[in-house]
Design a protein around this ligand. Structure first.
Ligand SMILES: NC(=O)c1ccc[n+]([C@@H]2O[C@H](COP(=O)([O-])OP(=O)(O)OC[C@H]3O[C@@H](n4cnc5c(N)ncnc54)[C@H](O)[C@@H]3O)[C@@H](O)[C@H]2O)c1
Length: 476
């Protein structure tokens, strides 16, 4: 229990699990086995920096090994702790099951403020942390495959991959030890944007279902909808950018560490991102109203609220004042268990984290498969697809000529159609398909059972059922 009187993050996840599990027919033993975290490794290591030895504390938690490798990001933040890492590892188990990526759940973290260190220092620290985990098979292509999370990105993943390769020179699958690498270092196109892209695809799918929209009192399309985004980091930036540029949504507020920007006409996400990169925060951005108390902006009226930064930002003390009828949890755990209850009573629709931000692990799965297959993704299909596309284009043009219709295909369309089997296109279509299929699985449970009140319980039921099936078929 936290000082705030709320359950801790891990307790919150467990309570949400319990709410779903009691509606299922699991034996108490199996239910307990699925819920608990298998193991957490804590490491304290020293690195000589700026003339003295600095000690760092890191964690790698393995929640469930019902499938291997286990998968989950590595977070760099000062408040990383065992409870948080275990909560995030549990969410990874359920997330992977929900989007059918064949992984167990894991998560790691290092207590560090990455902004306090130079790049070469961060490299030393990351390599040393990776060394500690690799030694214990907590980074391994067949056993445990990390990815980026808050405070880490392609750069850190490239260092980890290189560290693993140096320590395992004969492992032909070394590149598959971590995902989220830059494309030139074994990564895949579209991984950086994947989680935000997944949030966009999730909302698009939600807006395809009129009865779901009606539950939130919404109608129409994403075009013109008013959105508030918290956190303009990897996930928040990409989600806000794609939703505003491609779907016509208006980003009426962006909340960051040092305050929030408001503009009823809609903020230019790219310009705000540039401003943050140059100035270290949103304060001073010339084309919007600045408010110092960012957390308060979560309570402003809008159509969709996208928390994409930290956990527990919507809690028992502000949940009642949240006005958004629809919240999509781009971050992990942004709504506490107590707040979830309050929001549910108010009729707020919540698209839960384990689904909403599953785009990252989905594309990580594509990257892992690409690394293991040792072939450029899509290369096998490419020639055949191009040949089929060419046939179709020729046939259309022949038909048009035969019938004197005078139809022509625009050159840029032809170009895209004929070369459309590139990696990015394959990744995006695979991600879109995954997000649609998983939403429909949740929705089916939500609508078909009277005892299932919301999408979160539905998501847990789908996920727990799949994990339980795996345990039952392979034994413990
Ligand atoms: N990166 C991924 O692929 C991925 C995948 C799944 C889930 N997530 C989850 O998404 C969330 C964000 O991760 P990320 O990778 O975008 O992290 P990030 O480090 O790239 O960005 C986090 C952003 O939040 C901002 N922020 C920090 N404290 C804040 C505060 N108090 N108020 C407002 N903004 C604040 C930071 O300044 C930063 O811009 C986390 O919960 C993470 O677990 C990330």
């Amino acid at each position: 229990m936290h000082a705030s009187g709320e359950p801790s993050f891990r307790e919150s996840v467990d309570l949400m699990f319990n709410r779903a599990a009691r509606l299922m027919n699991l034996s108490p033993g199996l239910e307990q086995k699925i819920r608990v975290c298998n193991s957490t490794y804590t490491v304290r290591f020293g690195v000589r920096l700026r003339g003295k030895i600095e000690t760092f504390v890191g964690y790698r938690s393995v929640h469930s090994e019902h499938m291997e490798p286990v998968k989950g990001g590595i977070r760099y933040a000062t408040n990383v702790n065992q409870d948080e890492v275990e909560a995030l590892a549990a969410l990874m188990t359920y997330k992977c099951a929900l989007v059918e990526t064949p992984f167990g759940g894991s998560k790691g973290g290092l207590c560090i403020d990455p902004r306090q260190w130079e790049e070469h220092e961060l490299e030393l620290i990351t390599r040393r942390f990776a060394y500690e985990l690799i030694k214990r098979d907590l980074i391994h292509p067949a056993q445990n495959v990390p990815a980026p999370d808050m405070g880490t990105g392609e750069r850190e993943m490239a260092w980890i991959a290189d560290q693993y390769a140096r320590m395992n020179t004969t492992d032909i699958n070394a590149k598959a030890c971590v995902t989220g690498k830059p494309p030139h270092a074994g990564g895949i196109q579209g991984r950086v944007e994947a989680t935000g892209r997944g949030v966009q695809y999730a909302l698009r799918e939600f807006f395809r279902h009129k009865d779901d929209m009606a539950k939130a009192g919404l109608s129409g399309t994403l075009d013109g909808k008013r959105l508030i985004v918290q956190g303009l980091g990897n996930v928040g930036y990409h989600a806000a950018k794609f939703l505003s540029e491609e779907d016509g949504a208006k980003i009426v507020a962006i909340i960051e560490r040092d305050g929030a920007l408001l503009d009823d006409k809609g903020l230019n996400v790219e310009a705000v991102r540039q401003w943050i990169a140059t100035n270290g925060g949103v304060k001073g951005y010339p084309e919007a109203t600045y408010v110092e108390d960012g957390a308060k902006v979560l309570e402003q009226a809008c159509d969709i609220l996208i928390p994409a930064a930290l956990e527990a930002v919507i809690h028992k003390d502000n949940a009642d004042r949240i006005k958004a009828p629809l919240i999509i949890e781009a971050a992990n755990g942004p709504i506490t268990f107590s707040a979830d209850e309050i929001l549910r009573r108010k009729g707020t629709v919540i698209i839960p984290d384990m689904y909403a931000n599953a785009g990252g692990v989905t594309v990580s799965y594509f990257e892992w498969v690409k690394n293991l297959s040792h072939i450029r993704f899509g290369r096998m299909q490419r020639r055949a697809e191009e040949a089929r596309s060419r046939l179709l284009v020729e046939e259309l043009e022949r038909l048009s000529a035969d019938k004197g219709l005078g139809w022509t295909l625009a050159d840029d369309f032809k170009e895209r159609f004929l070369t459309g089997s590139d990696e990015l296109m394959l990744v995006r279509s695979g991600l879109d398909d995954t997000m649609r299929t998983a939403y429909q699985a949740m929705r089916e449970v939500w609508h078909s059972r009277n005892d299932v009140e919301d999408l979160r319980v539905a998501a847990y039921i789908v996920a727990i059922d799949r994990v339980a099936k795996t345990y039952r078929s392979k034994g413990l």
